[in-house]
Design a protein around this ligand. Structure first.
Ligand SMILES: C[S@@+](CC[C@H](N)C(=O)[O-])C[C@H]1O[C@@H](n2cnc3c(N)ncnc32)[C@H](O)[C@@H]1O
Length: 303
């Protein structure tokens, strides 16, 4: 099955695919995302404004499955919730048009919880009905796969040929955060970029979430994790060699692990922790992607 990875970012979908899938192409506007993607995968990656792609250009990839994880800001509680009227929703609406015109075999759309009450959801649902797609939706979260990080997301799977059921994943007990932390050797890479002082923690006490290495849940981190002080992710409390309490952000490599990226995934040199956090905070939980793709494989096996 050939996949077109739209809004590809750093490639959570490419990272999750098994041998039975092939990435026909990945498309995203962000050059830093391409740099990270390129360090890991060698298939075609176009840095393009998706709203400018014609039907012909999209059709030329010959993909069976279009996976789209469009910008979530138009639909988040922190954003202004302008939904489909937000200019950032325009590339997604362009893809909706192309779906109606080209009718690829299957679609997966991933977004924040809350998307399902937006006009954009109503619009794509109407297209599914007009173009005879059968669809199923589900809420999936990294925590369902044992990862100690909350990242609830809305997924819809639509197919023209066969009905793809989004079955719930089997329960997996959450692992403690310590299993996801950098070794002291790995931590050297982020030295000076992750630490926050205790005064900061006192000042923002009410607005930040502090965890320790035994914690089995951390907050969903956003693309603003390295920039915004509050509501963008958890802070780790630890003791320094003198036994004093210290606080730091979870490093980019730790954030990646919490999203389910494996140790073979590389973060290339040349980007700062803040640039990586921006990309990783926009990415998708890898086991959630794997689970959705597994539902396609399951349907094919049962035929
Ligand atoms: C929610 S993130 C999806 C990330 C991705 N799936 C991953 O695994 O990292 C949305 C992505 O859409 C990209 N994007 C936003 N507006 C775009 C546009 N107009 N054209 C192309 N890509 C765009 C962003 O650069 C970002 O990488």
């Amino acid at each position: 099955m050939k996949i077109l990875e739209l809004f590809a970012g750093i490639g959570a979908v490419a990272h999750a695919v098994s041998e039975r899938y092939e990435i026909a192409a990945a498309i995203d506007i962000n050059e830093n995302a391409k740099t990270v993607y390129r360090a890991n995968f060698d298939h075609r990656y176009l840095t393009r404004e998706i709203a400018s792609l014609s039907d012909d250009e999209l059709g030329e990839f010959g993909a069976d499955l279009w996976w789209m994880s469009p910008p979530c800001q138009p639909f988040t509680r922190r954003g202004k919730q302008q939904g489909a009227d937000d200019p950032r929703a325009q590339p997604m609406l362009r893809v909706f048009d192309a779906i109606e015109n080209l009718q690829p075999k299957a679609i997966v759309l991933e977004n924040v919880v809350g998307f399902e009450s937006s006009p954009a959801w109503a619009a794509i649902r109407e297209i599914f009905v007009r173009a005879s797609y059968r669809y199923h939706r589900a809420q999936l979260c990294s925590t369902m796969f044992g990862l100690p990080n909350a990242r609830p997301r809305f997924f819809v799977v639509a197919s023209r040929d066969e009905e793809i059921e989004l079955s719930p994943p089997p329960f997996v007990a959450p692992e403690p955060l310590v299993n996801f932390l950098d070794s002291s050797e790995q931590a050297k890479r982020w030295h000076g970029q992750v630490e926050v002082d205790s005064a900061f923690v006192c000042k923002y006490e009410d607005g930040i979430n502090v965890v320790d290495q035994k914690s089995t849940l951390t907050r969903c981190f956003t693309s603003a994790y390295g920039k915004s002080h509050v509501q963008s992710g958890s802070y780790l409390k630890f003791q320094n060699s003198n036994g004093q309490n210290r606080f730091r952000r979870l490093s980019p490599t730790e954030s990646l692990r919490l999203l389910g990226f494996s140790s073979c995934y590389q973060l290339p040199d040349g980007l700062s922790a803040r640039q990586f956090w921006k990309l990783i905070g926009n990415s998708v939980s890898v086991p959630c992607v794997g689970h959705v793709l597994g539902c396609f494989a399951q349907t094919t096996r049962n035929r």
